[in-house]
Design a protein around this ligand. Structure first.
Ligand code: NAP
Length: 279
């Protein structure tokens, strides 16, 4: 039999909840486009945080090739890895596990999901970048902006979290009361959950602070076009959809899992189709 399923290398996305994940569709469409779907398969598994200690052992036992980690495993799994990439260590989170001959190494590709789409439009160096949020995703954003020598301004509801992040990644911290200062920024990145379904009528930035000449990147991808992005577009700003972060972090994972360059456009169209089907 030509395409024996027994020979497939297995990749997974793990998290809790996991039903919403688009990683299986995104990666599977990439496998198919490259004609390697007879060698690789991508599935999802719900793994509760209480079970995280068994995750790496299970990967080794079952011979799983690669694992994409989402909430709540990105930090918790670190303690159980054989090795961690220095970038992931600095960010303090892994979103990608690769099993190489029984040794499981953790990587972080989320920061590339910020850098790649931004660099299509602008050189980050010396640009004022206003980051809203100081949670898990904001750590990858902060790393990305700092490593590319942008001027980082972090705004967060809990000021102490913004202060801690700013200290670590060479930024300035502000509370949300000072949000009007984002008007000075060349780039605004929303890394809060404000505006995500089912609260898509919310936005972290007043429309008056948005203007032409700015780039506004909302990392929320559900809905695909958030209120923030709609309002930014109406003021003449350039916008970047959260889908682009999801895509680029996945593109880097694809290469780590398979060794092949990912078919980016095919994977983008798959995400768009899935998200449009969600609206
Ligand atoms: P998280 O660690 O829980 O952080 C949530 C952030 O949102 C914190 O800064 C929190 O402020 C802020 N926040 C929540 N509710 C708020 C409210 N009502 N008013 C003001 N601020 C509020 O979550 P995360 O993992 O960083 O994820 C954040 C968002 O990014 C989610 O929407 C997620 O879907 C999205 N995301 C997208 C991608 C992608 O690939 N596109 C990847 C990762 C995450 P406090 O610190 O004050 O609580």
């Amino acid at each position: 039999m030509k395409n024996s399923l027994a020979k497939h290398k297995i990749c997974l996305v793990v998290g809790d909840p996991i039903d919403h994940s688009l990683s299986p569709q995104m990666h599977s469409s990439g496998f198919k486009a490259l004609g390697i779907d007879d060698r690789f398969v991508f599935l999802a598994a719900k793994v509760s945080i209480e079970r995280v200690a068994y995750l790496v052992t299970s990967i080794k036992t079952l011979g799983i090739l690669g694992v994409s980690c989402t909430i709540p495993h990105k930090t918790a799994v670190i303690d159980y890895l054989d090795e961690i990439d220095p970038v992931a260590k600095k960010i303090g989170a892994v979103n990608t596990l690769v099993n190489k001959e029984g040794q499981v190494k953790g990587f972080n590709t989320d920061w590339l999901g910020i850098v790649k789409p931004l660099e299509q439009l602008i050189e980050i160096k010396n640009k004022k970048v206003a980051l809203i949020g100081a949670g898990g995703a904001a750590r990858a954003v902060s790393y990305a902006i700092n490593i590319k020598k942008g001027k980082l301004m972090i705004f967060n509801r809990s000021l102490e979290k913004a202060l801690a992040l700013a200290k670590e990644f060479n930024g300035q911290a502000f509370s949300l009361d000072q949000i009007a200062k984002v008007e000075e920024a060349d780039v605004i990145i929303n890394a809060t959950s404000l505006g995500m379904k089912p609260e898509q009528n919310k936005t972290p930035v007043p429309k008056e602070c948005l203007h032409k000449g700015q780039i506004v990147f909302d990392i929320i991808y559900n809905p695909m076009e958030t209120r923030l992005l709609r309002e930014a577009k109406s003021k003449g700003a350039k916008i970047i959809y959260g889908l682009e972060m999801l895509l680029e972090q996945g593109v880097a994972q694809f290469q780590l899992y398979t060794g092949y360059s990912a078919p980016v456009e095919v994977m983008r169209q798959t995400l768009i189709k899935c998200l449009e089907g969600n609206t």
